[in-house]
Design a protein around this ligand. Sequence first.
Ligand code: GAP
Length: 463
Amino acid sequence: MSKSPDTQRPPSQRYGAASMEKIVSLCKRRGFIFQSSEIYGGLNGAWDYGPLGVELKRNLKNYWWRTMVHERDDIVGMDGSILMNRLVWKASGHEDTFSDPMVDCRSCKARLRADQITNKKGERQCPNCGGKDLTEPRAFNLMFKTYVGATEDESSITYLRPETAQAIFVQFKNVLDVARKKLPFGVAQIGKAFRNEINPRNFTFRSREFEQMELEYFCRPEQGMELLEYWKDERLKFYENIGISRENLHVLTVPDEERAFYSKGTYDIEYEFPFGRQELEGVAYRTDYDLTQHQKASGKSLEYFDEETKQKFIPHVVEPSAGVDRTVLALICEAYTEDEAPDEKGKMETRTVLRLHPRMAPIKCAVFPLLKNKEELVAKAKEIVDLLRPHMFVFYDEGGAIGRRYRRQDEIGTPFGVTVDFETLGEKDDRLRDTVTLRERDSMKQERVKISDLPGILVSRIL
Ligand code: GAP
């Protein structure tokens, strides 16, 4: 049995300052997340997901899509392009206002967000070098500018999208026409977004390239405030359903002065990261601002016709907007634990366990033959792999002592391990023929189950 998993306290208090270091190291060592372009010294604010990271990310996105789109009648999906007409960004306000005020330090040449400048006795000071020779704040647009086509001039400028939402607004009419939905209804999208953040930091938390999972839920004006509450609660349930405990989530009511001027209410769902409480998702009631802007700028009607009242109006919208990368990071932080467990000789040792929810775990089940040089054990284990593969992602491992193999899977969050031993072959007791041990990661408890029951048992536990 394992002892005292440190899961009771929020990750920000669990392992002290070392914890982010341990998490970053595990991510690299086990193939969750690598620095982008690492062999060339990296690229600040860009990350690559390795073999396990990509699985974790997919499981998260698939579960979001399943619960937001497939399990509901009132939401449809879309997948917009990353490059869009520049006029989209003029109309949305991004070209003029999507910026951070920024200050340059003339001494150390650092470029800093204005809110990071320290103030010592009424004098502005560079937090990097302590220098006082600073420029006045200037607006720095966060969108990545690019050119479409062969000529690099004013007429060919556009931007990499800084959010996925705008594609949904500009396709509102097309989606409405084909989906034939009545208000309230939503359009969901998952995709890349890009922001030239001044200070990318905290591992993947603030990146320059990241993914968003966004829902635009259109409604009548009088439904907006109620739906804001509804979506805040739904989103909290989602995080609990992927294994993030409610105690580590916090809802911030964004104060009037910090909200976008068009929003009538915004919540930030925050998570207790090891580096502090930070935003995972924003849930905002954006009124009819976006559709109105695009209707005005494009000259195309984005109105909704209400069959019952025969009225035409621009719908309002409530937007839950979540970050994929931030949620992946929260899942890893939440799951990372160290406990004490006996090794093969009964001596206690530190065990690193990623207690990921089975739904999120990259590998659902590892299959081990007790010995790799015993042909019948290997053949049986491979049969089990074939039996499970149509239902889930499984991993076959025959290398090293069985205890070591378990530890390797514990560290990457594999919730179940199946071991094929001599009893499986019926060598000791014929009644145990074609049974295996099924080991559960967190409790390390083992049960003896029939091979033919494995798919049913495991599928019910990983859904
Ligand atoms: N459409 C609304 C919108 O984009 P946002 O609060 O700017 O709102 C939504 O972004 C979510 O996208 C954030 O809560 C966060 O999870 C994620 N996000 C934003 N900027 C990010 C960045 N630089 N790196 C990683 N994730 C980011």
